[in-house]
Design a protein around this ligand. Structure first.
Ligand SMILES: NC(=O)C1=CN([C@@H]2O[C@H](COP(=O)(O)OP(=O)(O)OC[C@H]3O[C@@H](n4cnc5c(N)ncnc54)[C@H](OP(=O)(O)O)[C@@H]3O)[C@@H](O)[C@H]2O)C=CC1
Ligand SMILES: Nc1c(N[C@@H]2O[C@H](COP(=O)(O)O)[C@@H](O)[C@H]2O)[nH]c(=O)[nH]c1=O
Ligand SMILES: [Zn+2]
Length: 326
């Protein structure tokens, strides 16, 4: 393996570690770090919980005392640029400089305004060899909720619905169980990853949905109902102020369509069952310019995940380079 391939391999490990923080790191980003000396991993860490140690600190803490002298010839891999500001914990860049590591490889630049390139600069000023942008897209995509929230000052928005094969959300207003037990579990896993779930007033009155995480483990999202008297821009501002980083919109059609028409979405997930009905609430019309990110098939149900294509004019905020998108 050449150095470039090795860098990617260790960065993949950083991403794996970072994901361990999915439940508790919020509202901070998920970050993973690995320290490597000549093909041997000396230490690993991830950001476990907001307010506690950053990934780099945990990685250094896991190095055995006997390996400490190897740090000046080692490389620190970290999925996000090391911080250089004092937040709830001291700057990681200072710790890295004190530990005298030879090289630092960062996945992506931190979009957080107080860091945003300054962490890398500080390391370079101290004479450390810094490589930026290894698995850049994957590292930014991992923290897409955090990135959109901080860069666009609104929550990351997932629009999600289930439809019949002929494009209806219900059977003449009667709710339909379109998901299978397995895909229902996937929905609950997704719910656990969102801070809030929203439905329209009609769905709330007809279905009294619980919108909880019952088929997976994790916290229940904040339950929201959209009704007359609030506009979407107002809602976005309110949610940003309440530190809601991510919002899942589960329906119905009118509600989903109003988000699509306002361009307020980052990801769309459509589950299509083989069921056929004679009529009902028509599914929303997918926006133009989207790209199919993933197609999965479970028990005959097709689950499509779409993202924003460049053609939409608004950059796919979590995919593009840092704050230039705002
Ligand atoms: N298969 C699936 O995945 C799902 C199916 N459904 C089904 O969909 C059906 C309901 O869909 P639908 O009739 O379209 O109704 P909705 O559930 O989308 O509710 C519509 C209402 O929500 C409010 N609303 C929507 N958009 C806005 C906005 N931009 N600003 C302010 N208020 C807004 C309005 O309330 P107001 O009138 O108070 O102004 C509007 O009348 C149900 O039968 C339900 O079972 C629902 C969710 C998911
Ligand atoms: N019927 C249907 C969905 N319906 C959505 O789920 C809500 C019910 O949530 P809960 O009360 O927590 O089970 C309902 O109001 C609607 O928003 N979703 C899906 O993924 N697949 C389905 O087949
Ligand atoms: Zn830090």
């Amino acid at each position: 393996m050449n150095q470039e391939e090795l860098d990617k391999m260790y960065m993949r490990r950083c991403l794996q570690l970072a994901k361990q923080g999915r439940a508790l790191a919020k509202p901070n980003p998920m970050v993973g770090a690995v320290i490597v000396y000549q093909g041997r991993i000396l230490g690993e860490g991830y950001h476990v919980r907001c307010g506690q140690a950053h990934a780099e600190v945990n990685a250094f803490a896991s190095v055995r005392p006997a390996d400490e002298p190897l740090l000046p010839q080692s490389t620190l891999y970290v999925s996000l640029e090391p911080c250089c500001h004092t937040g709830k914990t001291p700057p990681c860049a200072d710790l890295i400089i004190r530990k005298h590591v030879k090289r630092v490889v960062c996945g992506c630049i931190d979009p957080f305004a107080q860091v945003h390139g300054r962490g890398v600069q500080k390391l370079r000023d101290a004479g450390i060899d810094v490589t930026v942008g290894v698995l850049d897209e994957e590292c930014r995509a991992l923290n897409r909720q955090f990135n959109v929230y901080n860069m666009l000052e609104r929550p990351y928005i997932l629009l999600k619905w289930a439809q019949t094969i002929n494009g209806f959300l219900d059977a003449d207003g009667e709710p339909l169980a379109l998901s299978t037990p397995f895909t229902q579990m996937l929905v609950h896993r997704l719910r656990a990853q969102y801070d809030a779930i929203l439905v329209g007033r009609v769905t709330d009155e007809r279905e009294h949905p619980r919108l909880t995480v019952r088929e997976w483990s994790g916290p229940d999202p904040l339950r929201l109902v959209l009704r007359d008297g609030i506009t979407l821009p107002q809602l976005m501002a309110d949610l940003h102020q309440q530190h809601v980083q991510s919002l899942m919109v589960e329906g119905g059609a009118k509600t989903l369509q109003s988000f699509i028409d306002a361009g307020l979405w980052d990801e769309i997930r459509v589950e299509t069952s083989r069921l056929l009905v004679s009529g009902g609430t028509k599914a929303p019309v997918l926006p133009a310019g989207l790209i199919l990110l993933q197609r999965e098939v479970y028990d005959g149900n097709v689950v499509d995940t779409f993202g924003r294509g460049e053609a939409l004019g608004i950059c796919p905020s979590w995919l593009s380079k840092s704050v230039q998108c705002v």
